[in-house]
Design a protein around this ligand. Structure first.
Ligand code: ZN
Ligand code: ZN
Length: 248
């Protein structure tokens, strides 16, 4: 696969410059398109504070939700990496808050995922565990697993991510599923809960069969258990981000 060296191009949208992959087919699963702007004639008043627009009170569109606001309600310029904007763009208060959290994901967790970490990986079909380095591909579309064997798992094919934890009484709460991530507690790097593994379910290319892989943090001398736990926390946030953007 040549996907590791995808070209990017700069495109100009009404909201600013965006750096996007040459081929739309290769866009990151974490990214989404710009919203349709609410047409000017459909919003005589600020959609937040209800101030009437006139020659002095001008309207501005939030680049994230596309709604219409007065300057006061839409004054913040915040990075919006999920729409590939090069510079911070104007957003309403609600969107600015979400974007700020996502920027944190881009600055921290995404880098952890790209750097990779070491795990014992057990595939459903084989009893043997293999020590593998797992990392996110540069275009964010796949997980690469490298050991004696090599696997590429496309994010689009992942149906569930369960983070296994230790540190409190075993029970339902030990498993954070992709489908119930919204209700799940956050696994923090500090605190009592520690991520110790991950169950990944994905669709095998060319079929509807689900395959499961289990990742556990390795006690191997050559690996860094703390780094692996940090990688799992980052993966949890990534899954949560992808889960939430399914509704958008
Ligand atoms: Zn307003
Ligand atoms: Zn907004």
């Amino acid at each position: 696969m040549s996907s590791e060296r995808d070209g990017k191009k700069l495109v100009r949208s009404p909201s600013g410059l965006r750096m996007v992959p040459e081929s739309g087919m290769l866009s990151s699963p974490f990214c989404f398109d710009e919203p349709q702007w609410v047409p000017d004639k459909e919003c005589p008043r600020c959609m937040q504070c209800d101030t009437k627009f006139d020659f002095i009170t001008r309207k501005h569109h939030c680049r994230r939700c596309g709604k219409c606001f007065c300057d006061k309600c839409c004054s913040k310029k915040v990075p919006l990496p999920r729409m590939c904007f090069v510079d911070p763009v104007r957003q309403c208060a609600e969107c600015a808050l979400i974007s700020q959290k996502e920027t944190e994901f881009y600055d921290k967790q995404l880098k952890v995922l790209l750097n990779g970490a070491t795990f014992f990986v057990t595939s459903e079909t084989s009893e043997k565990s293999e020590t593998m380095v797992c990392r996110l591909s540069n275009n964010h579309r796949c997980l690469f697993l490298d050991g004696n064997s090599h696997y590429e798992i496309e994010f689009a094919r992942i149906s569930s991510v369960q983070i296994l934890t230790e540190g409190f009484t075993p029970g339902e709460k030990d498993i954070h599923t992709y489908t119930s991530l919204l209700e799940s507690q956050y696994i923090t790097e500090g605190g009592n809960t520690r991520a110790t593994g991950m169950l990944l379910q994905y669709k095998v290319p060319g079929s509807d069969d689900l395959k499961q892989m289990k990742f556990t943090t390795s006690e191997d001398l050559n690996s860094n258990k703390k780094l692996s736990a940090t990688w799992l926390v980052a993966m949890h946030k990534a899954a949560k981000l992808l889960y939430e953007s399914r509704d958008q």
